[in-house]
Write a protein that binds this ligand. Structure first.
Ligand SMILES: C[S@@+](CC[C@H](N)C(=O)[O-])C[C@H]1O[C@@H](n2cnc3c(N)ncnc32)[C@H](O)[C@@H]1O
Length: 332
């Protein structure tokens, strides 16, 4: 007789997926009931959101990706040379992994026999970056589907060897934090690293308003789709009934705060139910949900921000045409 144990009544241990869904519910409950209403930008990146972000990177008006790639191709060798002996690279919010590939290719054979740790909340980004790095000789990639902080802790625990660790924080991901959050994040990062480890930060610089707005409100509507997909995701994952077509994408340059803000604006008064969060929300016409901030910097501001948290800037490379900065700093 084939006897199988029925475990359906046993208490199941909560999985990582349960925990991240519970966090999503808690964040939606909290942020959508703030004044002004908000949603954290980390939730943009479901499978479609990550694909839309990759499309944004190819738009002529979004110059961050091309500019950073060019800087990494030109200076990747110098960056890796600076790190000798290098034990591992950890990339926080690795996205497609193409930028890490550019650095490793620029470093040539020096990068052979290297552990790289990819940290990202997006499963599809991790799949893509693992695929992108797979053809590189001697590169062993590990994926961590975790937040920046948790992923860095898990990666550093896994790193063996007496060399230095390089942490990459590219694509102006730092710009999604407001100044106090950026300071807290950098301090946490420094606390996880050892003296002599290195941090490479890519950050977008202040530029004329027209250029900034075209980057975040492009004529093809790809960024608008990226923004509105957040509501599609909440509808699907949290049993909500946002009428997506009744929310307009808006990008504004807030010069006083030096940030581009993205919002979703109700085109008409409406009622929204979010089942998993037991929320009933009433939107007035014109009421907005603030979905992202992208802070823009001056080069010396980036160095100051990094140095205030236990790092020493060793090099900074600038793209004066597209106004982008790569800053390499050493943990002291
Ligand atoms: C703007 S994209 C940049 C990707 C890549 N660094 C680049 O420069 O093209 C941000 C990436 O970070 C991930 N991400 C956003 N917030 C995160 C968080 N709090 N923890 C871990 N990953 C996060 C997203 O899933 C996405 O892949």
């Amino acid at each position: 007789m084939d006897i199988r144990t029925d475990r359906s009544n046993e208490k199941r241990r909560p999985s990582a997926a349960d925990a991240s869904l519970a966090q999503f519910v808690a964040d939606v409950q909290y942020y959508l009931t703030q004044t002004p209403r908000q949603l954290p930008s980390r939730y943009f990146y479901d499978e479609l959101g990550s694909a839309l972000f990759e499309a944004i990177c190819r738009l002529p008006w979004y110059r961050i990706t091309r500019s950073e790639h060019a800087l990494l191709a030109a200076h990747g060798d110098a960056i890796l040379r600076h790190l000798d002996p290098l034990s591992a690279i950890v990339e926080l919010g690795s996205g497609s992994g193409e930028k890490l590939k550019t650095i490793l290719e620029a470093g040539g054979r020096r990068a052979g026999g290297l552990d790289v740790h990819l940290v990202d909340l997006s499963a599809s980004a991790l799949e893509l970056s693992s695929r992108v790095l797979a053809p590189l000789d001697g590169v062993r990639a590990s994926a961590h589907r975790l937040s920046y902080e948790e992923g860095l802790r898990e990666a550093t625990r896994a790193i063996s060897g007496s060399g230095r660790t390089l942490v990459l924080f590219l694509g102006s991901n730092i710009g999604n934090f407001d100044p106090p959050a950026a300071d807290a994040f950098m301090r946490g990062l420094r606390g996880t690293l050892a003296g002599g480890d290195l941090l490479l930060v890519g950050a977008d610089l202040v530029k004329p308003e027209r250029e900034l707005l075209l980057a975040y409100d492009d004529p093809l509507g790809v960024t608008a789709a990226f923004n509105r997909n957040l509501l599609v995701r909440i509808n699907r994952e949290l049993a909500a009934d946002f009428a997506v077509e009744r929310f307009a994408h808006r990008a504004v340059w807030n010069a006083a705060e030096s940030r581009v803000e993205m919002h979703l604006v109700a085109r008409s008064a409406q009622q929204v139910h979010v089942g998993a969060a037991q929320l009933d929300l009433r939107f007035d016409e014109g009421e907005a949900i603030w979905t992202e901030s992208s802070y823009k910097y001056e080069p010396e501001q980036i160095a100051r921000m990094i140095e205030a948290t236990g790092f020493r800037t060793t090099s900074q490379w600038l793209d004066p045409a597209d106004r982008f900065a790569l800053t390499l700093a050493e943990a002291v």
